[in-house]
Design a binder for this molecule. Structure first.
Ligand code: SAM
Ligand code: SF4
Length: 328
């Protein structure tokens, strides 16, 4: 098992497969995009497979593939298959914006992905264009429906709460959790990346979201399970789905943080809000041994901070790396 300096067990690795994306969400990337990594800078599947195998050997049990948009990376099924064959891996999941999901859901299912997180901040196609700068609402909705038909479970819908932009849809998302077996997860807007439009005026806390949702009826806590992560889970009585609240700003979940992040160019990051990273690609390509790589990973984990410095007052300082490069 892997523990950090504060005795937290580290068993979750988020891998960003690419910095590229087919959307430009206002809270994540500027409309014109950001300078892209060149192909050679991005870890190959072979390199990712090796790092994943070493990490699992050290104590990682759960891997999430993210990005940028993971489904724009070619032959992702080959990677998922290889990851699934690592002895000791217990869970592989994916976070996607859903644009390519309708066409790829079946092949993801066949290589072993059984649950999925899809980001969708609005149920209104015009607003979808405003938030993402693309006209793909119907594709994303069709992707969600296809995932449901195939049997993915749970289907988690990630909604970044943006005051003045989509907070008028909180109840519509709440109602969706009655009708559909989806876990609607509201995520507090985080100040990550230099141009992500974060401001206190745009910020909506989980507490405010719950207060608004309770117009629909009382919310009951749902018992957590293994791998739940930091979401506070709740549900309306009689609902098919659930509500989740992820509160990185208003309620630090640092004491239970179990995660590491690997960026697309192979930098290991110990905290989403800290730009302290370790380059794994260089030693990997210099041909160091497994034992040396393991010791670099272990040393990096010792630098995982006790908690992040963000709180609402004073206003949070932004970390410089773009969310699309960190993987959320
Ligand atoms: N492109 C994929 C997607 O959007 O699902 C995966 C990468 S995206 C960076 C991962 C998650 O981070 C998404 O659910 C997205 O909504 C969330 N995210 C991005 N920027 C955020 C921000 N500033 N605050 C809160 N969540 C954010
Ligand atoms: Fe792309 Fe996901 Fe960032 Fe939106 S949140 S721009 S879909 S990486």
């Amino acid at each position: 098992m892997l523990f950090d300096s504060f005795n937290r067990r580290i068993n979750y690795l988020r891998i960003s497969l690419t910095d590229r994306c087919n959307l430009r969400c206002i809270y994540c990337m500027p409309e014109q995009g950001v300078p892209k990594l060149i192909h050679e800078d991005i870890l190959t599947y072979e390199e990712l497979g090796r790092l994943a195998r070493l990490s699992v050997g050290l104590g990682i049990e759960k891997i999430r593939l993210t990005g940028g948009e993971p489904l724009v990376r070619k032959n992702i099924g080959d990677l998922i298959k290889a990851l699934g064959e690592i002895p000791g891996i217990r869970d592989i999941s994916l976070t996607t914006n859903g644009v390519l999901l309708a066409e790829k859901a079946r092949s993801l299912w066949e290589v072993g992905v059984k649950r999925i997180n899809i980001s969708l901040d609005t149920l209104n196609s015009k607003k979808f264009n405003e938030i993402t700068h693309f006209d793909f609402f119907n594709q994303v909705w069709e992707g969600i429906q296809e995932a449901e038909r195939i049997g993915f479970s749970p289907i988690k819908i990630n909604v970044v709460a943006l005051k003045g932009i989509n907070d008028d849809e909180i109840l519509a998302f709440g109602r969706l959790s009655y009708e559909k077996p989806y876990h609607i997860r509201f995520i507090e807007f985080m100040p990550v990346g230099p141009e992500n439009g974060w401001s206190a005026e745009r910020f909506l806390s989980s507490e405010e979201i719950i207060n608004r949702l309770e117009v629909l009826g009382p919310l009951f806590p749902v018992n957590g399970q293994d791998f739940d992560g930091p979401a506070k889970r709740m549900a309306f009585e009689g609902a098919r789905g659930e509500i989740g609240l992820i509160s990185p700003i208003s309620e630090h979940f640092c004491p239970s943080c179990n995660r590491l992040r690997l960026t697309a160019e192979g930098r290991l990051r110990v905290c989403i809000f800290s730009d302290d990273e370790t380059d794994l690609r260089t030693p990997l390509r210099e041909g160091v041994s497994d034992a040396e790589l393991e010791s670099i990973i272990r040393e990096t984990i010792t630098r995982k901070p006790k908690e992040h410095p963000l709180q609402m007052n004073p206003l949070p300082r932004k970390c410089q790396r773009q969310m699309s490069k960190i993987g959320g």
